[in-house]
Design a protein around this ligand. Structure first.
Ligand code: ATP
Ligand code: ZN
Length: 301
């Protein structure tokens, strides 16, 4: 085994697609500085023992399952599809799912032709469904007790009904615009997806595992910070309870005396959810003044 495998963490991320920019940004936000190899397919960490491999998202689950990479970032849709495939082959724990990430949100949903007679999945009995996720769809149909043909399309699933290749589809949706453009309407959602961080089931060396733990802790910090705000205000002491009740996800506030004033205090609080104008107006209504809302740059819980 080469020395790098013992000491350096290898992360598989999508080479070019919807998850790429977010994943590279996340690696930077957890502190990774890297240089890209000449072929641009590997990023070498310069300040952490962490390198990344840029690959097609379809390949990420198997790279982690086969322990070629220690970690991977991939959509739950892709991961679930491979998980069922491996399970059918008798492999139960192909990867560890470490944490969901806050980007790549979409849903896997059935869709039916707008001008057809099919309205729900019960109408799929004896029909043909096109999808890029045959394992997930087949498992869903089995549980629902529906007999339908599932045909695999690797791309442009939404044109299958108009080509006469299928009666309906099951595909990823985020806005629904692609479905509408192909005269399809959205039906049942069978999977809510987001990107997730996965890890090999093979035990890492203690040093590598310590780095993984550190990265996970930093990702938690980065994700909390995205919504968090630091709020400062002046308020009558008597309004403290009303103020904390108004702030979503706030931890116990820091209360500071104001020079020369007895009945008013300065209140500082970290709020872990978005703060809207409504909240500020409500704070003012219970007596707060000089309210400042500041972005939080880093957070370590
Ligand atoms: P690759 O070339 O890597 O195989 P791809 O075409 O399979 O790329 P993308 O379209 O870049 O994949 O999507 C990557 C992931 O982004 C999806 O697997 C899914 O988890 C997520 N995603 C978020 N929103 C959508 C959406 N509206 N349509 C498709 N995927 C989406
Ligand atoms: Zn893909």
């Amino acid at each position: 085994m080469n020395a790098d495998k013992q000491t350096r963490i290898k992360i598989a991320i999508q080479k070019s697609g919807r998850l790429t920019d977010h994943s590279l940004e996340l690696l930077q936000q957890v502190g990774l500085k890297y240089s890209r190899g000449r072929d641009q397919l590997i990023g070498y960490g310069e300040n952490m023992p962490v390198d990344f491999l840029l690959v097609r998202d379809d390949d990420i689950p198997s790279l982690v399952k086969d322990d070629v990479c220690d970690l991977g970032i991939v959509g739950l849709n892709e991961l679930e599809e491979r998980r069922i495939e491996y399970k059918n082959d008798g492999i139960d724990n192909a990867f560890q799912q470490i944490m969901p990430l806050d980007y790549g949100q979409c849903r896997l949903a059935f869709a039916y032709p707008e001008n057809g007679s099919m309205k729900t999945i019960a109408d799929a009995e004896g029909k043909c469904i096109a999808t890029s996720y045959p394992y997930i769809v087949t498992e869903y149909l089995k549980t629902a007790g529906i007999n339908a043909d599932v045909i695999e399309f690797s791309g442009a699933v939404e044109i299958a009904p108009s080509l006469g290749r299928a009666n309906m589809i099951c595909d990823l949706v985020s806005s629904g615009a692609t479905l509408a453009a192909n005269k399809l309407f959205e039906g049942e959602t069978i999977l809510q997806s987001t990107s997730v961080l996965i890890q090999t089931t093979v035990a890492l060396s203690p040093e590598k595992q310590q780095w993984v733990d550190k990265i996970v802790q930093r990702i938690n910090g980065v994700q909390q910070v995205r919504e968090s705000k630091y709020i400062m205000m002046h308020a009558p002491r008597s309004a403290l309870k009303a103020i904390t009740d108004l702030l979503p996800g706030a931890e116990s506030p820091t209360v500071l005396p104001l020079g020369g004033i007895d009945d008013k205090v300065a209140v500082h609080v970290v709020c872990r959810e978005a703060v809207f104008w409504d909240t500020l107006e409500n704070l003012k209504a219970v007596g707060a003044s000089s309210i400042l809302v500041l972005p939080v740059e880093k957070m370590l819980a």
